[in-house]
Write a protein that binds this ligand. Structure first.
Ligand SMILES: [Zn+2]
Length: 146
């Protein structure tokens, strides 16, 4: 990617070191996509939680996934919900289902794709956008069928 998707002045995620999602953001900084996995029953989950919704275990680790996914749903944002987005709209928001973690879905921005070209089931893959000044890397999505 050549141009930053996130405009200057846009607040970015500020991972709380005590939050269960800190491992997710640390992996993004390494350009790896991970989902939380229960250490007791093995169920995968996203968004990260403190407790397993299947067996109530507090133990978990991080499972690296390929970053390949398909579009499950999508929308086009036309109203700038933050002043920094005034010149960014319209932009795409997608809900994707991970190809190697069935049932796990993530929300993100789809870049470099016209809204009218998006379709349910469209293959995408994660791309990472570094924001070193803020210490965070954002996972974005890009189509792979063109
Ligand atoms: Zn469990």
């Amino acid at each position: 990617m050549t141009e930053s998707f996130m405009p200057a002045g846009m607040p970015l995620p500020q991972p709380d070191p005590d939050s269960p999602d800190v491992g997710f953001w640390e992996a993004c900084n390494r350009h790896e996509l991970v989902v939380q996995r229960c250490s007791d029953c093995g169920v995968l989950r996203h968004t990260p939680e403190l407790i397993c919704h299947e067996c109530y275990s507090f133990k978990y680790d991080w499972h690296k996934v390929s970053g390949k996914a398909t579009v499950y749903s999508h929308m086009n944002v036309v109203h700038p919900v933050h002043p920094a987005l005034r010149d960014r709209v319209p932009f795409n928001v997608v809900l994707v289902e991970l190809s190697d973690a069935p049932g796990i879905r993530m929300i993100g921005n789809l870049v470099e794709c016209a809204y009218e070209d998006i379709h349910i089931g469209m293959p995408v893959e994660v791309v990472f956008e570094d924001h070193p000044n803020e210490g965070v890397t954002l996972p974005l999505w890009k189509r792979t069928d063109k």
